[in-house]
Design a protein around this ligand. Structure first.
Ligand code: LLP
Length: 412
């Protein structure tokens, strides 16, 4: 989806240049509202960690997950603290499978609860900070994702504490007097309903096996969005009802109230964002018509990394309708994989698009999640700017990086 009209995108391109990320605040608020049935929505900020979006999340009552020291600092900069909110959920939770020394110090300093994906983390945290609040991230032995790279469960995944090691993890918690908050499962991005049922059942089973009380369970993230026209939108009420049933079963087993968290990244921000690019060259390679735009996989990596599909539209510079033609859309990077129309395994595909010409704008849709946050400086290209549209207002929320800033790191 593209939440913006052509006139606005034209004027933003003129004002800020291209390539440009543009996000829509109203879409984010809507997606948050879809999930309000959950006690706590914890935004997996890896999907988009711009501090202005984090502030928007905070204003809407959403808390955050952080997976690095940088993400913790971003959350703090956006006004989050580790303190529990009215529902008892900490403003920030740190989720990882290991600690580096500096991050361990940061979570201790700010008393940020840790969602531990390894027993070594529990040992290191327990020695440094007895009594610290922890979650256990459990790998239930199966997973599912939109690609193998986003499947985070099963024995080929490095994530979480293996389910049969639960007793060892609980022993480490006890040995160090750690405070067990809850159990967490995230089996991957793009989970379908059959896996969802499986993971809910695995959570109930886990709590029963644990033989200890927990205050909360977390459903992880993984809610998909309709990237292609005709893709179903996830039924968030159904999603909630499955997890709510699991929560009730856990609560009745424990005889206490149990708090239910959800940890979406993509669902909250993907549809809010577009990558706005300008067509800079067109050419034919044999039978293929190539349209070359000024953004590459250094900006939006998903097609090259996973063969992901992003909807596209063309804003003709002359405002005239164009015939539809099969098109390969590619970027400026010095690498053949820098193609936005590709399938898994790097196979180059064509897309039927209005015949784009030099000077037109090409819009890549649903790029608000894992777009800017996965960008790099490959080919020494500066990170691009980000704009947030909120109703009739719009503002720059990250300026474009300069080449001088790239070089500055090496001026030793
Ligand atoms: N919780 C945990 C522990 C996670 O590892 C992730 C994503 C999430 C929540 C949020 O998942 P989501 O709701 O966004 O699916 N770069 C890939 C996605 C990688 C996801 C990594 N972990 C992509 O562009 O599709």
């Amino acid at each position: 989806m593209n939440p913006f009209n052509d006139a606005l995108l034209r004027s933003l391109a003129q004002q800020h240049g291209t390539p440009l990320w543009v996000y829509d605040a109203a879409t984010i608020r809507q997606r948050i509202a879809d999930l309000k049935a959950f006690d706590t929505i914890r935004f997996a900020q890896k999907a988009n960690s711009n501090t202005h979006l984090l502030r928007l999340m905070r204003e809407e009552g959403v808390v955050v997950d952080a997976v690095s020291r940088g993400e913790i600092e971003r959350a703090l900069a956006a006004g989050y603290t580790a303190a529990p909110n009215a529902q008892g959920a900490s403003g920030i939770v740190f989720t990882a499978d290991l600690f580096d020394a500096a991050t361990l110090e940061t979570v201790v300093q700010h008393q940020i609860p840790v969602n531990a994906g390894s027993i070594d983390m529990l040992e290191q945290l327990g020695q440094r900070s007895p009594g610290h609040r922890v979650w256990l991230r459990i790998n239930p032995g199966f997973g599912h994702g939109h690609s193998n790279k986003t499947n985070t469960g099963g024995e080929h995944s490095k994530h979480g504490i293996w389910h049969t090691d639960l007793a060892l993890a609980l022993a480490a918690v006890q040995r160090h007097g750690l405070h067990l908050v809850g159990l967490h499962m995230h089996i991957g991005s793009g989970v379908d309903y059959s896996h969802l049922q499986q993971v809910c059942a695995a959570m109930v089973d886990l709590v029963k096996r644990a033989g200890v009380s927990v205050e909360a369970i977390s459903a992880g993230g993984g809610l998909s969005i309709p990237y292609r026209e005709g893709d179903d939108r996830i039924d968030t009420d159904h999603y909630f009802s499955l997890w709510d049933a699991a929560r009730r079963e856990v609560a009745s087993h424990l005889g206490t109230k149990v708090h239910l968290e959800l940890e979406p990244g993509r669902y909250l921000v993907a549809e809010s964002g577009v990558l706005l690019t300008e067509v800079r060259a067109t050419k034919h390679m044999g039978n293929n018509r190539f349209v070359l735009v000024d953004a590459g996989f250094s900006d939006l990596m998903r097609p090259s990394m996973y063969g992901s599909f992003h909807g596209m539209s063309v804003i003709a510079a002359d405002g005239q309708p164009r015939a539809t033609v099969p098109t390969v859309v590619a970027g400026p990077l010095c690498e053949s994989g820098d193609v936005f129309t590709q399938g898994e395994g790097g196979v180059v595909l064509t897309r039927d698009l209005p015949e784009a010409r030099v000077g037109d704008l090409l819009v890549l849709h649903d790029a608000g999640a894992y777009g800017a946050s996965m960008s790099s400086n490959y080919n020494s290209r500066p990170l691009i700017a980000e704009v947030l549209v909120d109703g009739d207002a719009h503002r720059l929320i990250r300026r474009r990086q300069t080449i001088a800033e790239l070089l500055a790191l090496e001026a030793l």
